[in-house]
Design a protein. Structure first.
Length: 318
Protein backbone atom coordinates (compact mmCIF):
# COMPACT_ATOMS: atom_id res chain seq x y z
CA UNK A 1 0.00 0.00 0.00
CA UNK A 2 1.28 3.44 -0.92
CA UNK A 3 2.15 5.59 2.05
CA UNK A 4 1.97 9.32 1.50
CA UNK A 5 5.19 11.05 2.44
CA UNK A 6 5.13 14.30 4.34
CA UNK A 7 7.58 17.05 3.48
CA UNK A 8 7.49 20.82 3.46
CA UNK A 9 8.66 21.41 -0.10
CA UNK A 10 8.86 19.05 -3.07
CA UNK A 11 11.94 20.74 -4.53
CA UNK A 12 14.05 20.35 -1.40
CA UNK A 13 12.72 16.85 -0.75
CA UNK A 14 13.66 15.74 -4.28
CA UNK A 15 17.17 17.21 -4.12
CA UNK A 16 17.88 15.58 -0.76
CA UNK A 17 16.66 12.23 -2.00
CA UNK A 18 18.71 12.46 -5.18
CA UNK A 19 21.88 13.42 -3.28
CA UNK A 20 21.16 11.04 -0.36
CA UNK A 21 21.20 13.86 2.18
CA UNK A 22 19.41 13.25 5.51
CA UNK A 23 16.20 15.21 6.11
CA UNK A 24 17.68 17.11 9.06
CA UNK A 25 20.80 18.22 7.16
CA UNK A 26 21.26 21.20 4.88
CA UNK A 27 22.28 20.77 1.26
CA UNK A 28 25.90 21.85 0.55
CA UNK A 29 25.87 24.48 -2.19
CA UNK A 30 29.15 23.03 -3.48
CA UNK A 31 27.20 19.96 -4.69
CA UNK A 32 24.88 22.10 -6.78
CA UNK A 33 25.59 23.15 -10.34
CA UNK A 34 22.17 24.62 -11.11
CA UNK A 35 18.60 24.31 -9.87
CA UNK A 36 15.69 25.14 -12.16
CA UNK A 37 12.31 25.46 -10.47
CA UNK A 38 8.85 25.80 -11.98
CA UNK A 39 6.33 26.70 -9.28
CA UNK A 40 2.61 27.31 -8.81
CA UNK A 41 3.15 29.36 -5.66
CA UNK A 42 2.10 32.61 -7.38
CA UNK A 43 -0.75 30.89 -9.25
CA UNK A 44 -2.18 29.46 -6.04
CA UNK A 45 -1.84 32.74 -4.15
CA UNK A 46 -3.71 34.55 -6.92
CA UNK A 47 -6.51 32.00 -7.16
CA UNK A 48 -6.93 31.72 -3.41
CA UNK A 49 -6.52 35.47 -2.85
CA UNK A 50 -3.66 34.92 -0.41
CA UNK A 51 -1.28 37.59 -1.66
CA UNK A 52 0.11 40.54 0.28
CA UNK A 53 -2.23 43.26 1.55
CA UNK A 54 -1.94 45.96 -1.09
CA UNK A 55 -2.75 49.64 -1.51
CA UNK A 56 -3.17 51.22 -4.93
CA UNK A 57 -1.81 54.75 -5.32
CA UNK A 58 -3.42 56.28 -8.39
CA UNK A 59 -3.92 59.66 -10.06
CA UNK A 60 -6.94 61.47 -8.59
CA UNK A 61 -10.03 60.89 -10.70
CA UNK A 62 -9.02 57.37 -11.74
CA UNK A 63 -9.68 55.62 -8.43
CA UNK A 64 -12.24 53.23 -9.96
CA UNK A 65 -10.64 52.72 -13.35
CA UNK A 66 -9.24 49.25 -12.65
CA UNK A 67 -12.56 48.16 -11.18
CA UNK A 68 -14.41 49.44 -14.23
CA UNK A 69 -11.85 47.83 -16.53
CA UNK A 70 -13.00 47.49 -20.14
CA UNK A 71 -16.66 46.85 -19.35
CA UNK A 72 -16.42 43.31 -20.70
CA UNK A 73 -19.78 41.52 -20.48
CA UNK A 74 -19.41 37.71 -20.55
CA UNK A 75 -23.20 37.45 -20.29
CA UNK A 76 -24.51 40.35 -22.34
CA UNK A 77 -28.13 39.97 -21.14
CA UNK A 78 -27.44 39.48 -17.43
CA UNK A 79 -29.41 42.02 -15.40
CA UNK A 80 -27.14 41.77 -12.39
CA UNK A 81 -23.42 42.14 -12.90
CA UNK A 82 -21.27 40.84 -10.07
CA UNK A 83 -17.95 42.61 -10.28
CA UNK A 84 -14.93 40.67 -9.02
CA UNK A 85 -13.10 41.74 -5.90
CA UNK A 86 -9.92 43.66 -6.61
CA UNK A 87 -6.54 42.45 -5.40
CA UNK A 88 -5.88 45.77 -3.64
CA UNK A 89 -7.83 46.51 -0.49
CA UNK A 90 -7.44 50.28 -0.38
CA UNK A 91 -7.07 53.10 -2.90
CA UNK A 92 -5.15 56.29 -2.19
CA UNK A 93 -5.63 59.04 -4.76
CA UNK A 94 -2.84 61.51 -5.38
CA UNK A 95 -3.54 64.91 -6.84
CA UNK A 96 -0.99 65.08 -9.62
CA UNK A 97 -1.04 65.34 -13.39
CA UNK A 98 1.39 65.11 -16.23
CA UNK A 99 -0.05 65.71 -19.69
CA UNK A 100 0.54 63.44 -22.69
CA UNK A 101 3.26 65.78 -23.93
CA UNK A 102 5.17 65.52 -20.64
CA UNK A 103 4.15 68.91 -19.26
CA UNK A 104 3.67 68.85 -15.48
CA UNK A 105 0.37 70.51 -14.57
CA UNK A 106 0.15 69.44 -10.93
CA UNK A 107 3.07 68.16 -8.86
CA UNK A 108 2.18 65.50 -6.24
CA UNK A 109 1.56 66.73 -2.70
CA UNK A 110 4.09 64.50 -0.95
CA UNK A 111 3.23 65.58 2.60
CA UNK A 112 -0.48 64.81 2.14
CA UNK A 113 0.28 61.49 0.47
CA UNK A 114 2.70 60.57 3.26
CA UNK A 115 -0.08 60.86 5.85
CA UNK A 116 -2.34 58.56 3.85
CA UNK A 117 0.35 55.95 3.33
CA UNK A 118 1.26 55.96 7.03
CA UNK A 119 -2.40 55.14 7.78
CA UNK A 120 -2.12 52.15 5.43
CA UNK A 121 0.99 50.88 7.17
CA UNK A 122 -0.69 51.16 10.56
CA UNK A 123 -3.53 49.00 9.23
CA UNK A 124 -1.04 46.29 8.27
CA UNK A 125 -0.87 46.93 4.53
CA UNK A 126 2.63 46.00 3.38
CA UNK A 127 2.59 46.33 -0.42
CA UNK A 128 2.08 49.38 -2.59
CA UNK A 129 1.19 49.57 -6.29
CA UNK A 130 1.73 52.92 -8.04
CA UNK A 131 -0.24 53.85 -11.17
CA UNK A 132 -0.19 57.39 -12.54
CA UNK A 133 -1.61 58.78 -15.74
CA UNK A 134 1.10 58.84 -18.46
CA UNK A 135 3.47 57.35 -15.90
CA UNK A 136 4.67 54.76 -18.40
CA UNK A 137 6.62 57.48 -20.22
CA UNK A 138 7.03 60.35 -17.75
CA UNK A 139 8.28 58.60 -14.65
CA UNK A 140 9.33 61.34 -12.22
CA UNK A 141 6.11 61.41 -10.18
CA UNK A 142 6.00 57.64 -9.87
CA UNK A 143 9.66 57.58 -8.82
CA UNK A 144 8.98 60.18 -6.14
CA UNK A 145 6.13 58.12 -4.69
CA UNK A 146 8.13 54.89 -4.95
CA UNK A 147 10.97 56.36 -2.88
CA UNK A 148 8.48 57.75 -0.37
CA UNK A 149 6.72 54.40 0.05
CA UNK A 150 9.96 52.53 0.68
CA UNK A 151 11.13 55.16 3.14
CA UNK A 152 7.89 54.72 5.11
CA UNK A 153 8.44 50.98 5.47
CA UNK A 154 6.46 49.26 2.72
CA UNK A 155 8.06 45.88 2.07
CA UNK A 156 7.10 45.80 -1.60
CA UNK A 157 6.56 48.76 -3.92
CA UNK A 158 5.69 48.21 -7.58
CA UNK A 159 5.60 51.23 -9.91
CA UNK A 160 3.92 50.86 -13.29
CA UNK A 161 6.80 52.42 -15.25
CA UNK A 162 9.05 49.60 -14.02
CA UNK A 163 6.57 46.73 -14.11
CA UNK A 164 4.65 47.29 -17.34
CA UNK A 165 5.76 50.46 -19.19
CA UNK A 166 2.96 50.64 -21.76
CA UNK A 167 0.36 53.21 -22.69
CA UNK A 168 -2.70 51.08 -21.82
CA UNK A 169 -3.75 52.33 -18.38
CA UNK A 170 -5.88 49.37 -17.25
CA UNK A 171 -3.47 46.62 -18.31
CA UNK A 172 -0.53 48.55 -16.94
CA UNK A 173 -2.38 49.02 -13.66
CA UNK A 174 -3.60 45.44 -13.32
CA UNK A 175 -0.14 44.05 -14.02
CA UNK A 176 1.41 46.41 -11.48
CA UNK A 177 -1.13 45.41 -8.83
CA UNK A 178 -0.49 41.72 -9.51
CA UNK A 179 3.23 42.32 -9.04
CA UNK A 180 2.75 44.12 -5.73
CA UNK A 181 0.29 41.44 -4.57
CA UNK A 182 2.36 38.37 -5.46
CA UNK A 183 6.03 39.35 -5.24
CA UNK A 184 6.12 39.17 -1.40
CA UNK A 185 4.71 35.63 -1.59
CA UNK A 186 7.49 34.64 -3.98
CA UNK A 187 10.16 36.25 -1.81
CA UNK A 188 9.02 34.20 1.18
CA UNK A 189 9.08 31.04 -0.92
CA UNK A 190 12.58 31.78 -2.23
CA UNK A 191 13.83 32.45 1.31
CA UNK A 192 12.27 29.16 2.43
CA UNK A 193 14.21 27.30 -0.26
CA UNK A 194 17.51 29.10 0.32
CA UNK A 195 17.53 28.37 4.06
CA UNK A 196 17.84 24.67 3.22
CA UNK A 197 21.31 25.17 1.72
CA UNK A 198 24.66 25.69 3.38
CA UNK A 199 27.02 28.10 1.67
CA UNK A 200 26.27 30.73 -0.95
CA UNK A 201 23.98 29.61 -3.77
CA UNK A 202 24.70 32.73 -5.79
CA UNK A 203 22.79 32.49 -9.06
CA UNK A 204 22.59 28.70 -9.08
CA UNK A 205 18.92 28.80 -8.08
CA UNK A 206 16.77 29.84 -11.03
CA UNK A 207 13.02 29.99 -11.49
CA UNK A 208 10.89 29.38 -14.55
CA UNK A 209 8.97 32.47 -15.62
CA UNK A 210 5.65 32.55 -17.44
CA UNK A 211 7.68 33.18 -20.61
CA UNK A 212 9.40 29.81 -20.33
CA UNK A 213 12.74 31.44 -19.59
CA UNK A 214 14.80 31.17 -16.42
CA UNK A 215 15.66 33.98 -14.04
CA UNK A 216 17.83 34.21 -10.94
CA UNK A 217 16.10 33.91 -7.56
CA UNK A 218 16.92 37.55 -6.76
CA UNK A 219 15.02 38.83 -9.82
CA UNK A 220 11.93 36.59 -9.69
CA UNK A 221 8.80 38.80 -9.60
CA UNK A 222 5.08 38.30 -9.24
CA UNK A 223 4.12 39.56 -12.67
CA UNK A 224 6.30 36.94 -14.36
CA UNK A 225 5.43 34.00 -12.13
CA UNK A 226 1.71 33.40 -12.56
CA UNK A 227 2.20 30.66 -15.18
CA UNK A 228 5.59 29.43 -13.96
CA UNK A 229 4.43 25.87 -13.34
CA UNK A 230 2.48 25.35 -16.61
CA UNK A 231 5.26 27.06 -18.58
CA UNK A 232 7.72 24.57 -17.14
CA UNK A 233 5.56 21.72 -18.40
CA UNK A 234 5.30 23.16 -21.89
CA UNK A 235 9.02 23.90 -22.16
CA UNK A 236 9.85 20.47 -20.81
CA UNK A 237 7.58 18.81 -23.37
CA UNK A 238 9.20 20.78 -26.20
CA UNK A 239 12.73 19.97 -25.11
CA UNK A 240 12.03 16.26 -24.62
CA UNK A 241 10.28 16.06 -28.00
CA UNK A 242 13.24 17.72 -29.71
CA UNK A 243 15.74 15.35 -28.08
CA UNK A 244 13.88 12.17 -29.03
CA UNK A 245 13.14 13.51 -32.51
CA UNK A 246 9.39 13.10 -32.23
CA UNK A 247 6.65 15.54 -33.15
CA UNK A 248 5.22 17.41 -30.19
CA UNK A 249 2.22 15.45 -29.00
CA UNK A 250 -1.10 17.24 -28.79
CA UNK A 251 -1.82 15.48 -25.51
CA UNK A 252 0.97 17.42 -23.79
CA UNK A 253 -0.72 20.69 -24.64
CA UNK A 254 -4.20 19.38 -23.93
CA UNK A 255 -2.99 18.46 -20.45
CA UNK A 256 -1.67 21.99 -20.04
CA UNK A 257 -4.95 23.52 -21.18
CA UNK A 258 -6.90 21.19 -18.87
CA UNK A 259 -4.66 22.19 -15.97
CA UNK A 260 -5.42 25.86 -16.55
CA UNK A 261 -9.15 25.21 -16.72
CA UNK A 262 -9.12 23.14 -13.55
CA UNK A 263 -7.31 25.92 -11.76
CA UNK A 264 -10.02 28.38 -12.82
CA UNK A 265 -7.78 30.10 -15.33
CA UNK A 266 -9.01 30.97 -18.76
CA UNK A 267 -6.19 30.35 -21.17
CA UNK A 268 -6.27 33.23 -23.59
CA UNK A 269 -3.18 33.18 -25.75
CA UNK A 270 -2.24 35.57 -28.50
CA UNK A 271 0.98 34.45 -30.13
CA UNK A 272 2.42 37.02 -32.46
CA UNK A 273 5.83 37.79 -33.84
CA UNK A 274 7.16 41.29 -33.29
CA UNK A 275 10.52 43.01 -33.34
CA UNK A 276 11.52 41.27 -30.13
CA UNK A 277 10.50 37.76 -31.17
CA UNK A 278 7.51 35.69 -30.18
CA UNK A 279 5.22 37.09 -27.52
CA UNK A 280 2.32 35.54 -25.71
CA UNK A 281 -0.12 37.35 -23.46
CA UNK A 282 -2.24 35.74 -20.79
CA UNK A 283 -5.53 36.77 -19.26
CA UNK A 284 -6.46 35.26 -15.93
CA UNK A 285 -10.07 34.66 -15.10
CA UNK A 286 -9.18 34.74 -11.46
CA UNK A 287 -10.34 38.23 -12.43
CA UNK A 288 -6.86 39.66 -12.59
CA UNK A 289 -5.51 40.90 -15.86
CA UNK A 290 -1.83 40.41 -16.59
CA UNK A 291 0.13 41.53 -19.58
CA UNK A 292 3.61 40.10 -19.74
CA UNK A 293 5.86 38.77 -22.50
CA UNK A 294 5.78 35.03 -22.91
CA UNK A 295 8.33 34.61 -25.66
CA UNK A 296 11.18 37.04 -26.24
CA UNK A 297 14.13 37.30 -28.60
CA UNK A 298 16.41 35.26 -26.37
CA UNK A 299 13.98 32.36 -26.41
CA UNK A 300 12.82 32.69 -30.01
CA UNK A 301 15.14 30.08 -31.46
CA UNK A 302 14.20 27.43 -28.95
CA UNK A 303 10.47 28.11 -28.86
CA UNK A 304 9.73 28.99 -32.45
CA UNK A 305 8.91 25.33 -33.03
CA UNK A 306 6.28 25.56 -30.28
CA UNK A 307 4.66 28.63 -31.81
CA UNK A 308 4.58 27.04 -35.26
CA UNK A 309 3.12 23.85 -33.83
CA UNK A 310 0.38 25.76 -32.00
CA UNK A 311 -0.36 27.67 -35.22
CA UNK A 312 -0.72 24.45 -37.16
CA UNK A 313 -2.83 22.49 -34.68
CA UNK A 314 -4.83 25.15 -32.84
CA UNK A 315 -4.59 28.30 -34.91
CA UNK A 316 -4.39 31.70 -33.29
CA UNK A 317 -6.31 31.87 -30.02
CA UNK A 318 -7.44 35.42 -29.33
Amino acid sequence: MYKRQKYRDATIHSIKQFLSIPKNKKIPSSLISEIKVGTTVATNALLERKGARTVLVVTKGFEDQLKIGYQNRPDIFARKINLPDQLYEKVVSVEERILADGKTVIAPDVSKLKKELIKCIKKGITSCAILLMHGYKYVNHEKTILELAYSLGFKQVSASHEISPQIRFVERGDTTVIDAYLTPVLKRYVEQLVENFSGDLGHKLKFMQSNGGLISKDLFRGKDAVLSGPAGGVVGAVEVSKKIGEIIEAQRFENWRQYLEEEQLEEKMALKKGKNGWWMYSKLVAEAYKTAPMYDAAAEKGYKVLAEWLDKHFGRIS
